[in-house]
Design a protein around this ligand. Structure first.
Ligand code: AMP
Length: 434
């Protein structure tokens, strides 16, 4: 693979903090590669793309720049081919990566185990550690690694930084992180609760503080990241103290296609009585369950339409989803004692007023309510949706994981605070709101 010239030739990361530096954020999956070129200061996505069906003869590439999406189809052999195609598109339709002054490449890595509580600049030791953690995330970490390896080859003059989904939850107290499992077995196999979506929970909780003009360390928060994957967290003073995902992203809330919490004996039962193999059960719980398993549909827009038509399975799926969500809110009220802000984020949290309404309905006695008018519609900015009298604010706060990764990447190479507390255009890495 031939390196791309002109990228990473800026003299020092500090110069990136002017108006012009950018970060290429890469999220590499087993058969897909997503990327976004981000201005970490202004916060805008300059360009983005998605390459799907890597390794197949009918790969699809979409590259979006300046409002136009270029689509290509054809065989994409491997992740190297995929990234090369993306870099060709940058060269052909823009933006020019040399002009964009890419100061770092930020890579999303799913599992950092107990080894990583912060982003890390990639070197051979970091790559080895990510590979060693693969048994904990057998689908994700090897795919993440492939993306990092090809990106390092193609963009060798720019620092590469890994940002872990688990890092924010390394602060979980022992009591929250520990499964009541035989200690020796748990230790030998690194079984504990790690938590995921950490980049989003950290970004949103920081953004709440900044939007309210409050100190992060004064706020107790519940963050509800409700996308196709979904997780809740309890954050005390900017420090994560509970989260709903565990050893893997399967635990916790009901999700698009995942069960969330389930009696582990279901697994033994299916193995013994239905003759299902471990891999089949894994696939059932992760891909054929959740909203989709209950109703055949995992997109809330469709689910509401089906409910409108009187579809009982769809109604039940919504009921099960909301019931679990409310259980977690209740649990985290008890964990935190006092909750200043509950925020909704991600695809469902930002867009679905009905789910937000149902999640906190009837909690007026606990000082929690939603104002129906404020709650209407989708939100693209941090918005308070609770009425004035409540003791707990309910907010919608759009997440931006790519921007968070970009800022953490710049911080890791010595160029800022990582936008820990904020995510606003006026931050300029001006110090955390702690
Ligand atoms: P995410 O994983 O954060 O991209 O969220 C994807 C999910 O968000 C979809 O599966 C939908 O269930 C949900 N979603 C996206 N847009 C809307 C919308 N306008 N109304 C309701 N739900 C939505």
């Amino acid at each position: 693979m031939t390196p791309v010239p002109g990228v990473g030739t800026r003299p020092s990361p500090h110069s990136a903090l002017g108006a012009h530096g950018s970060v290429l954020v890469i999220n590499s999956g087993s058969s897909s590669l997503k990327y976004q070129l981000v201005n970490p200061v202004g916060g805008e996505a300059i360009a983005s793309g998605l390459i799907e069906r890597i390794g197949e003869s009918d790969g699809v590439v979409r590259h979006t720049f300046a409002g136009n999406t270029t689509r290509r189809t054809g065989p994409i052999g491997d992740h190297g081919d995929a990234l090369r195609t993306a870099l060709d598109l940058f060269a052909e339709v823009g933006p020019d990566l040399a002009e964009a002054q890419v100061v770092a490449v930020g890579h999303r890595v799913v599992h950092g185990g107990s080894l990583f509580s912060a982003p890390a600049v990639v070197d051979d030791d970091v790559l080895r550690a990510i590979a060693d953690l693969s048994p904990l995330a057998p689908l994700h970490n090897p795919a993440n690694l492939r993306g990092i390896e090809v990106a390092r080859t193609l963009l060798p003059d720019v620092p590469h930084v890994v940002v872990f989904d688990t890092a924010f939850f390394q602060t979980l107290p022992d009591a929250a992180a520990t499964y009541a499992l035989d200690r020796a077995v748990a230790e030998e196999h690194a079984i504990r609760r790690y938590g995921f979506h950490g980049t989003s929970h950290q970004y949103v909780s920081g953004k709440v503080a900044r939007a309210l003009g409050r100190r992060l360390d004064d706020l107790n928060q519940i963050v509800l990241h409700l996308g196709n994957g979904a997780s809740a967290s309890a954050v005390r003073g900017g420090v994560a103290v509970e989260t709903s995902m565990g050893l893997t992203p399967l635990e916790g809330l009901v999700m698009g296609t995942r069960t969330g919490d389930i009696d582990p004996a279901v697994v033994f039962h299916l193995h013994r009585n239905a003759g299902m193999s471990v891999d089949e059960i894994d696939e059932l719980l992760n891909r054929r369950s959740g909203l989709k398993g209950l109703s055949g549909e995992n997109d809330f827009r469709e689910l509401h339409r089906l409910i409108g038509e009187g579809d009982r399975d769809a109604q039940r799926a919504l009921d099960v989803y909301v019931h679990r969500l409310r259980k977690y809110i209740g649990a985290y009220l008890a964990v935190l004692g006092r909750v200043d802000v509950i925020s909704f984020t991600a695809g469902v949290g930002e867009n679905d007023a009905r789910v937000r309404e149902l999640a906190v309905a009837g909690l007026e006695g606990l000082g929690i309510a939603i104002d129906p008018e404020r709650n209407q519609g989708r939100k693209t900015e941090p918005t308070i949706i609770s009425p004035a009298w409540t003791s707990t604010l309910v907010m919608v706060v759009p997440t931006d994981e790519e921007l968070a990764i970009a800022r953490q990447a710049v911080a890791a190479i010595g160029g800022g605070d990582g936008g820990q507390a904020a995510g606003d255009a006026d931050d300029e890495y001006g110090g955390p709101a702690r």
